[in-house]
Design a protein around this ligand. Structure first.
Ligand code: ADP
Ligand code: MG
Length: 238
């Protein structure tokens, strides 16, 4: 709740501006029974520390779910969002573990890794299937022992973050043991084309009545594509 004095009104009364709390989970609009169960699961497991793997096509709300877990889990630490496909492979290891000054060329000072930055928070590994097998086994060891070491350092630090991951790929992208380590619990999102009622609902929630052609499209980009189409139509209708 935000309480702010408003000074510009020229009156001495302290006005209270109460913002409506916005929960990430409430932003996930759906009437699909399986997605509704998924939302309930998110509420229940948010307060646990279980490694959580969210599987589903691109644009189906995986990141939104990860943010909801963090928000409902009351973490002391940060939400650290890593796009595993976007980090150059040569840097991946030092980005994850951190590096000691001089441990590789261009490393001019001690650097913390994602595992440290996310201490007592959530490390969100987006597109986790993009992590190469060699790094998967190193991460597995860290997640099992709960300790890691910066590259070039002999000192260990404790790993206290919760791991939440997302993938739109199958299990063949993973070392088996790493997959099971990530998947303390698996949450599966459903493609939008299998819940067309949501198309109408999401469109209307954005202030647009649902055009007939929206219900006749199979939405390969799922909700992300739908939102883009909605914004486009709203702009054109101005
Ligand atoms: N059920 C939903 N209702 C409303 N907005 C949604 C829903 N699912 C996803 N979104 C929105 O669609 C976009 C893509 O979702 P995102 O969580 O990034 O998908 P993914 O991580 O699976 O690619 C985001 O803007 C997100 O807020
Ligand atoms: Mg995503």
């Amino acid at each position: 709740m935000n309480v702010e004095p408003i000074e510009d009104l020229g009156c001495s009364t302290l006005l209270q501006v109460v913002e409506k709390p916005t929960l990430f989970l409430d932003r996930l609009i759906t009437v699909n029974p399986v997605m509704l169960i998924l939302k309930e699961k998110v509420k229940r497991l948010a307060r646990s520390n279980l490694s959580t793997l969210i599987m589903g096509e691109t644009g189906t709300g995986k990141e939104l779910i990860a943010q909801a877990i963090y928000q409902l889990g009351n973490y002391k630490g940060e939400f650290v969002d890593v796009d595993c496909g976007g980090v150059p492979q040569t840097l991946l290891e030092s980005e994850f573990f951190g590096a000691r000054r001089g441990s590789y060329s261009g490393c001019s000072h001690d650097r913390p890794g994602y595992l440290e930055i996310a201490a007592n928070g959530v490390l969100f590994l987006d597109e986790v299937g993009e992590i190469p097998f060699s790094l998967q086994s190193k991460l597995l060891r860290v997640l099992d022992t709960k300790f890691a070491r910066r590259i070039g350092s002999t000192e260990k630090y404790p790993v206290t973050c919760r791991i939440v991951s997302a993938t739109n790929q199958g299990r063949d992208k993973f070392r088996k043991d790493f997959f099971y380590r990530l998947a303390g619990v698996i949450l599966e999102t459903i493609p939008l084309r299998e819940r067309m009622q949501d198309v109408k609902l999401i469109t209307e929630s954005k202030g647009l009545s649902c055009p007939a052609e929206f219900l006749d499209h199979d939405w390969p980009g799922n909700v992300r594509e739908l939102i883009n189409r909605i914004e486009e139509l709203k702009l054109l209708s101005i």
